[in-house]
Design a protein around this ligand. Structure first.
Ligand code: MSP
Length: 642
């Protein structure tokens, strides 16, 4: 049987400037959906591109003293580079300056003209060049463009018109009969109200500039840029040259667009299609806008965020994860660097990174790097498995409903669940007891299988990370061939194969001063809000240093602090007394391995209550990325360190 198809598009972007993080947001959403659909077995066609004609582009090129085509070639190369760097899996990239597209636009214009739905008249009106939009006097806000607030220009010229008015009732009926056509519902209501006010025929040609596709029978006119742009969706799927392909992919399943261009996609575009006797797209989804630190991005404010710089710094998956996790699809959302770093550290380095790191370390240490066959099930095992399978089911339903952020949250809830399972089953304790070998094998199998499933679940959002996890688990098959059905039943993790080499997925981003050790971060009061100075700036005197009493102490016992993931309670011998301290090292040490270690401790630190335990002192640790080691030393207990 033929595979089900799924045709998804992004808007085609104006090459009037470099793309910013807001544009990357839209394309990333589309990419995650496209990747999910491929995983679910669909034959996907994912299209993006560039909208290269129009007066604004012509002016930009003139300002630089170059030809428009030279100007767009340069900017569009930047778009394509960005999509490569972000791992965008588009199947085609349409440029409106390509001959294949010009042919389609002219053919469509001709067909509609011959049908009588395009006619010649005179245009007098108001035009917003930056938005490439015509407005009526009554639509202006304070005499300015209602979309961007900039001045409009009066234009009067001979022009071709498209009979939108003729189709208004049919369009309204379609919108009313197909509740899924315009989403979210708030946008649908806006459009219904807009159409009910009445549609004027649309001017679809200009003679005041020439950077555009000529009207076929009257080449002194160029075709209005939105008429040119919207038809891009038909070009690459074989509208003129491959009827079989066209029948497979049209109508589009989803046009994903920003909220301010829903109007073009749900009024002008469907009416062009009606005039061509083509079926309408199944869904137009208007997503919200990304603002930066609470403000709209603009050159004048100097707050335009360059996605390439972010990718250079944090890698593509961290950016993708943040955009898709942090913002609810239909609503506006905020981007901030602090929030991004917060997510990287908490969700990626900690939750996901630690789960992988702990699991692989234990398989290495307790089972010579081999996952063994499970047999039998404890109640804890059964609960984990049930949770895994429920997560896969909810993932599929969530993605089908375009609930990207809630879906990511539920995957991370499962990651948290698996981390907790490690604490609950304490594999390091099982490893000490030869009678518990099978129980240990079961726990480690369940963790490896959970990670196998997680790697597939995160693949639409984090396509670079998913195969890395797959490889580290030692899975022999090619990740690109993985399908959703491979994780729909528990137990796909092969046994008796060596795991791969453990590698860190996401280094922790240090925002504290380099000398701050994680144990110090346990201070009950939060770190001061002012910027942390560098070590050089904060010089101290020898007297300052003398205030810190460091001593070699022995760890007598170590145990997890209940209901925490990071804390251990240590009892230490100072030589002349025993003390209790709380240390944030649980994710780096098995408690049992600490007993008997001689480590360095600050002994005159003011005591503080942490989770109800009076912690009196602090052990020193060295850390880098997500690696951490206590400063341990082979010197007698009680030795002074200075
Ligand atoms: N060329 C037209 C689209 C034609 S589609 C047939 C256009 N181009 S654009 O470059 O101005 O915008 C492209 C998309 O980027 C729009 O969907 C717009 O909403 C989106 N975004 C631009 N800034 C954005 C944010 N700050 N946040 C999210 N999306 C943003 O319109």
């Amino acid at each position: 049987m033929d595979k089900k198809t799924f045709y998804i598009t992004t808007p085609i972007y104006y090459p009037s400037a470099k793309l910013h993080i807001g544009h990357a947001y839209c394309t990333t959403i589309a990419d995650a959906i496209a990747r999910f659909k491929r995983l679910a077995g669909y034959d996907v066609f994912f299209l993006t591109g560039s909208d290269e004609h129009g007066q604004k582009i012509q002016r930009k090129a003139e300002e630089e003293g170059i030809q428009p085509i030279e100007y767009v070639d340069r900017i569009v190369a930047g778009f394509q580079n960005l999509w490569r760097r972000l791992n965008i899996s588009n199947d085609d990239f349409i440029r409106t300056t390509e001959p294949r597209h010009q042919r389609v636009v002219q053919e469509i214009f001709k067909r509609i003209y011959e049908k009588g739905d395009i006619y010649k008249g005179e245009y007098k009106g108001l035009y917003c060049t930056p938005c490439e939009s015509y407005w009526l006097e009554r639509q202006l806000v304070d005499g300015k463009c209602p979309d961007c607030g900039r001045p409009v220009e009066e234009v009067a010229e001979e022009a071709y018109f498209f009979k939108l008015s003729k189709y208004a009732d049919r369009l309204l009926q379609h919108i009313q009969d197909h509740p899924e056509f315009i989403q979210p519902v708030s946008r649908r209501n806006e459009m219904i109200n807009f159409i009910k006010q009445g549609l004027e025929d649309l001017c679809i040609s200009r003679t005041s500039f020439n950077w555009g596709i000529p009207v076929p029978m009257d080449p002194k006119h160029v075709i209005y840029v939105w008429f040119d742009a919207l038809t891009n969706y038909l070009t690459p799927i074989g509208f003129l040259d491959d009827p079989e392909k066209f029948a497979r992919f049209w109508p589009a399943d989803l046009h994903l667009v920003g909220k301010e261009i829903v109007r073009f996609h749900t009024i002008i575009w469907p009416i062009i299609l009606m005039a061509l006797d083509l079926p309408l797209p199944k869904k137009v989804y208007g997503h919200g806008w990304l603002i930066v630190d609470g403000d709209k991005m603009s050159k004048s404010k100097g707050n335009v965020v360059d996605p390439i710089a972010l990718i250079d710094e944090f890698g593509p998956d961290a950016i993708r994860y943040f955009l898709l996790r942090e913002i609810n699809l239909g609503q506006d959302g905020n981007f901030s660097r602090d929030a991004l770093i917060g997510r990287i550290n908490a969700d990626l380095a900690n939750d996901l990174g630690n789960l992988l790191h702990r699991t692989l370390n234990m398989i290495g240490k307790f089972q010579q790097g081999v996952v063994r066959a499970p047999s039998g099930q404890s109640p804890l095992d059964a609960a984990l498995i049930t949770d895994a399978m429920a997560t896969v089911e909810k993932f599929t339903a969530g993605m089908e409903n375009m609930e990207l952020s809630p879906t990511i949250k539920l995957i991370w809830a499962f990651i948290g669940r698996a981390n907790k399972y490690i604490d609950e089953t304490a594999p390091w304790a099982l490893a000490k007891d030869p009678d518990q070998r099978q129980a240990l094998a079961n726990v480690l199998y369940n963790l490896a299988e959970s990670l196998r499933i997680i790697s597939v679940l995160i693949a639409p959002f984090m396509p670079a990370t998913a195969p890395k996890i797959w490889k580290q688990l030692g899975l022999p098959t090619d990740f690109s061939a993985v399908q959703l059905q491979d994780i729909e039943t528990w137990g796909g993790m092969p046994v008796n194969l060596p795991i791969g080499t453990p590698e860190q997925l996401f280094p922790r981003i240090e925002i504290e001063a380099p000398h701050e050790v994680p144990t110090a971060a346990l201070k009950p009061d939060k770190l001061p809000a002012e910027p942390v100075k560098t070590a050089e700036e904060k010089e101290i005197t020898i007297e300052d240093f003398g205030k810190i009493h460091l001593r070699v102490v022995k760890i007598l016992s170590a145990e997890c602090v209940p209901k925490t993931e990071k804390l251990l309670k240590l009892t230490v011998d100072l030589g002349n007394e025993h003390r209790e301290i709380v240390s944030g090292i649980a994710q780096h040490y098995d408690p049992a391995d600490l007993v008997g270690k001689n480590v360095v401790m600050v002994i005159n630190l003011k005591p503080a209550k942490i989770r109800g335990i009076l912690s009196h002192g602090m052990v020193l640790a060295a850390s880098q990325a997500d690696d951490l080691k206590l400063v341990s030393i082979n010197m007698p207990v009680g030795s002074q360190v200075k």
